[in-house]
Design a protein around this ligand. Structure first.
Ligand code: PGA
Length: 239
């Protein structure tokens, strides 16, 4: 596990460099993306590099971590909509190469097909992750088995509370989601987790120094051979 502590701005640049290096070597890389507030600076960095002619995503395939159950792709809080607006519409990505779990077709077969599509693409080269205050990665809440593949989950109260800031009221936050499992995430060849702000300080400490336990899903990164954790100075307060 490589832990890098820097300013918010430098983290976007340093993480951006990992994308530039990977795409220089492998223009058709398979990238795993994430939603939430945390990746926005990095997405801005990737868009700027694309606009400057330094990066092309024309051959890239993408797989997102998760999606809320019950939200149409056009709903402004769906993760599909988030990705379109914050990244995909602003770069030269082929829409045919974009994969996000469906929030409306959630039968077992559709969910299994997501996992199969990742395998058919050759696996994920680099998976971006945020981290929840409870240590969730994707929507893998505490005590999700480390062996889990893409599956449907019930969100915890803490996640619903944290995400209610994006909705008109707490009642509007979906109660379920479809997420890559912990095993799906761990199968990616490289992991890049970003944590920003003091609110993430305790969970980053538990993730980096605590025991590897299903109770802290992100602690599994200690077992990954090529995992980066980028923390700003606030999130790194207890390191
Ligand atoms: P955030 O969410 O980036 O909005 O803090 C991270 C997460 O819940 O995984």
């Amino acid at each position: 596990m490589k832990v890098i502590v820097d300013t918010r701005e430098n983290i976007a640049r340093l993480a951006g460099d990992l994308y530039s290096e990977l795409l220089a070597q492998k223009p058709d890389a398979v990238l795993g993306f994430a939603t939430g507030s945390t990746p926005l600076d990095l997405y801005g960095e990737l868009i700027a590099r694309y606009n400057a002619g330094q990066l092309s995503f024309s051959k890239v395939k993408t797989f997102n971590l998760d999606e809320y159950v019950g939200l149409e792709p056009t709903h402004d809080q769906s993760y599909r909509y988030f990705m379109d607006k914050n990244l995909f519409e602003k770069i030269d990505l082929d829409p045919a190469n974009v994969h996000i779990p469906s929030g409306v077709k959630i039968d077992d077969e559709t969910i299994a097909r997501y996992e199969a599509a990742i395998a058919a693409a050759g696996g994920i080269d680099m998976q971006l992750l945020g981290i929840g205050h409870n240590g969730h990665i994707g929507f893998n809440e505490p005590n999700t088995p480390f062996g889990s593949l893409t599956h449907k989950v019930t969100l915890t109260d803490s996640t619903i509370e944290a995400n209610s800031r994006f909705f008109a009221s707490r009642d509007e936050v979906p109660k379920e989601a479809v997420t890559m499992g912990i095993r799906t995430v761990m199968n990616a060849r490289r992991l890049v987790l970003i944590a920003l702000g003091e609110g993430k300080a305790q969970i980053i400490r538990d993730t980096v120094y605590g025991p590897v336990t299903e109770n802290v899903p992100a602690s599994v990164l200690q077992l990954h051979p090529d995992a980066y954790i980028f923390a700003d100075t606030d999130a790194a307060k207890y390191l």
